[in-house]
Design a protein around this ligand. Structure first.
Ligand SMILES: NC(=O)c1ccc[n+]([C@@H]2O[C@H](COP(=O)([O-])OP(=O)(O)OC[C@H]3O[C@@H](n4cnc5c(N)ncnc54)[C@H](OP(=O)(O)O)[C@@H]3O)[C@@H](O)[C@H]2O)c1
Length: 246
């Protein structure tokens, strides 16, 4: 048995730690986007594979017997590639996805980041808190009417909105901290992806109690027919049941 974990999330690190502790042969893969990533236990490789074709070749060359896609819910390209490559190489695939944040009837939900940028443009208020990540900033760049409080892990390297205050930070965050930040910047609208999980959920509670509007970007759909679990325990069980090689 040799497992490839497609990572870049806390869940991927937790799964790698469990498998390494159980002496499973596991290889974690990171895209290489973050300058100083939190590294999982065990063997790690960094960088793209070269699309679905490259990943298929990688699975074969490395003798991978099972893939766990534990990437971020918004990493839709690698998830689609993994489904294609696993099918091509005849390797079983499990998608580990944390549950979505439960829909709150007060949120405005949009299907993708472009729709979020259009909704922000039409929003009559002044100060927007953007937590959608540095790689999605370009769609907000033409908006010179709003003030943007932008929080990212690494500094943006593409186009950004002209009236931007940048905060470099990474979770976990607290409700108190999030409330203080939103108050300090007079935030009236929070824009977030429905990433789910506890690391970054505090902003939603803070927004709720401060009556800050929430614009929620929905997740991209999973490829059809993927076997999906929500917890690390379920992923370990799937592996222990022999689904990823003996
Ligand atoms: N999107 C987010 O909001 C977000 C948030 C937190 C963490 N992350 C993590 O950041 C990484 C990149 O996310 P993304 O949204 O840029 O992905 P993406 O748009 O789905 O993928 C773009 C390309 O990046 C490469 N890639 C992505 N994840 C990889 C991995 N784990 N190992 C090797 N190559 C990978 C692949 O390149 P090739 O085609 O060359 O193979 C893929 O085609 C992922 O590991 C994800 O879990 C993403």
């Amino acid at each position: 048995m040799r497992i490839l974990i497609l990572g870049g999330t806390g869940e991927a690190r937790a799964l790698a730690a469990e498998l390494v502790a159980a002496d499973v042969d596991v290889l974690s893969s990171l895209a290489g986007r973050v300058r100083e990533p939190r590294l999982p236990d065990g063997t790690v490789r960094v960088g793209g594979f070269g699309g679905a074709k490259g990943l298929t070749a990688f699975l074969r060359a490395e003798g991978i017997t099972g893939v766990v896609d534990a990437t971020h819910p918004f990493a839709g390209t690698v998830t689609a590639n993994a489904a294609q490559a696993a099918a091509q190489a005849g390797v079983p695939l499990l998608v580990l996805r944390r549950p979505e944040w439960e829909d709150d009837s007060s949120w405005d939900v949009v299907p993708d980041i472009r729709a979020a940028a259009a909704a922000v443009r039409a929003w009559p208020g002044e100060s927007v808190f953007l937590t959608t990540g540095r790689r999605d900033l370009d769609v907000f760049a033409p908006d010179d009417r709003h003030r943007f409080l932008v929080r990212t892990v690494d500094p943006p390297d593409g186009p950004v909105p002209p009236r931007m205050t940048l905060v470099l930070d990474r979770g976990p965050y607290t409700v108190e901290g999030e409330s203080a930040l939103m108050r300090e910047h007079g935030v009236g609208l929070l824009v977030t992806k429905n990433s789910g999980g506890l690391m970054t959920a505090a902003k939603l509670q803070a927004a709720h109690s401060l009556q800050v509007q929430v614009l929620m970007v929905a997740r991209p759909p999973l490829p059809r027919g993927t076997v999906t679990v929500a917890t690390i325990a379920e992923a370990v069980r799937w592996i222990n049941q022999g689904n990823a090689g003996a």
